[in-house]
Ligand binder design. Structure first.
Ligand SMILES: Nc1ncnc2c1ncn2[C@@H]1O[C@H](COP(=O)(O)OP(=O)(O)OP(=O)(O)O)[C@@H](O)[C@H]1O
Ligand code: SF4
Ligand SMILES: [Mg+2]
Length: 399
């Protein structure tokens, strides 16, 4: 059994503007000692998913299951959750100032946290451990620094202090939500290094939330790509980088400088993340997808295992052929062919007449498809006629 098993997590908020469906059926698991990276643009539901596990989304409507060592976090009482927070699951946030109390000395805060969870630990012992932890996370002269207030620390040092606090009780799982976003690149690399080293030393499981695939490349064993409150793709790290299936993952890779595997130039994903009140029909990514087909607008894809990958955990929620993996030309040809067929289906009359309609004409059926940059026909390489590669999955869209 995994340390944490989240199944079909759904979280929504009632607001004056309508119901915000922030998380819409997400499942993932984290094993002991492993790192799950959760990646996605702003508003994709990364923070809400994990905050809900910790009981930190008051007022939200929540369903699903989140078994931590076999017990459901979503139905645990507040007393049990208080024990779990810190002692069993530690959290590191983007902004340490929101977690460190400005009016208490840093050492004292770690000391108090230890004593709150371990009433038998005396003040001196707790103090010694706090100083030791500050030393472990690389804060120089930890005994002196323990006497200082958070504002006397630099950003990087505050983040180290947060890590010291998260590790002080030796939790089994740490949830790190954008832990290095506010730091400059050098300090970011140091902090990630530190987290990796400590994780190995303490055999802690880690959930690393970020919008930066570069961070995932450094840290994660497994990756969950989120878009519009759902999982778009899940895989182990290497397959996700080298054999992505979902166009959103591909878009993220092609727009991340350090992660652009095989991409020769950076290409931002056109358009904006969706509203979570008024969610697009069919595939939630369709308004931005360069491969949008007719069925994408009406049918919602579910996570399916891709084919031809040696990662059995690799799944993707996209109607493109499941064997179209990676950023190479062959995969691109498969996608383009599927798109051409998928768009043709909208015009059964034309097809029946025996005409092979231009894909660029058929695409109009999908109205707001991306920025109109690629039309399928434009860079088609002319696959051999009559060759049957299985085309798009299923046959749902056929008239
Ligand atoms: N308390 C709340 N009430 C209403 N809507 C909320 C609430 N908390 C979060 N949301 C909405 O839920 C959606 C998901 O938010 P979440 O914070 O999980 O995004 P995220 O993926 O962590 O983004 P970021 O990268 O910006 O941190 C957003 O649209 C957000 O506005
Ligand atoms: S091809 Fe269709 S199903 Fe796949 S991501 Fe694009 S719009 Fe969604
Ligand atoms: Mg967030």
């Amino acid at each position: 059994m995994s340390l944490l098993e989240v199944t079909d997590l759904r979280v929504s908020f009632s607001t004056p503007d309508g119901v915000v469906r922030a998380v819409r059926g997400v499942s993932f698991e984290v094993d002991r000692g492993r790192t799950l990276g959760i990646v996605g643009e702003s508003g994709s539901g990364k923070s809400v998913s994990t905050q809900t596990l910790m009981g930190l989304t008051p007022g939200a409507t929540v369903s699903g299951r989140a078994l931590f060592e076999g017990a459901d976090l979503l139905t645990a009482g507040e007393r049990r959750m208080r024990r779990i927070r810190g002692a069993e699951i530690g959290m590191i946030f983007q902004d340490p100032l929101s977690s460190l109390h400005p009016l208490y000395r840093v050492g004292r805060q770690i000391e108090e946290m230890i004593r709150a969870h371990e009433p038998d630990t005396g003040r001196d012992a707790a103090r010694r451990r706090a100083v030791e932890m500050l030393g472990t996370v690389g804060i120089p002269q930890p005994a002196r620094r323990a006497e200082e207030y958070p504002h006397q620390f630099s950003g990087g040092m505050r983040q180290r202090a947060m890590i010291a606090m998260a590790l002080a009780l030796n939790p089994k799982l740490i949830i790190a939500d954008e832990p290095t976003t506010a730091l400059d690149a050098t300090v970011q690399a140091q902090i990630l290094d530190l987290m990796r080293r400590l994780q190995r030393e303490y055999d802690t499981a880690l959930i690393m939330i970020t919008h930066d695939l570069g961070v995932i490349a450094d840290m994660a064993d497994d990756v969950l790509v989120m878009y519009g409150g759902k999982a778009a793709e899940k895989a182990r790290r290497r397959p996700l980088y080298y054999r992505p299936h979902h166009p959103y993952t591909k878009g993220l890779l092609q727009s991340t400088p350090s992660a652009a595997a095989g991409a020769d130039r950076l290409r931002p994903i056109p358009g904006q993340p969706p509203s979570l009140i008024d969610i697009p029909s069919g595939c939630v990514f369709h308004p931005r997808c360069e491969y949008v087909m007719d069925r994408c607008v009406t049918d919602e894809p579910v996570l399916d295992p891709v084919t031809g990958d040696d990662d059995p955990t690799h799944v993707s929620a996209c109607w493109l052929p499941l064997e179209a993996l990676g950023l190479g030309e062959d995969a691109e040809r498969l996608r383009r062919r599927a798109v051409e067929e998928g768009r043709v289906r909208a015009r059964p009359a034309a097809a029946a007449r025996g005409g092979a309609p231009e894909a660029s004409g058929a695409v109009d059926a999908t109205a707001d498809g991306g920025d109109g940059g690629d039309t399928g026909a434009a860079d088609r390489d002319g696959p051999a006629e009559g060759e049957d590669d299985g085309g798009t999955r299923g046959d749902g869209g056929a008239a």
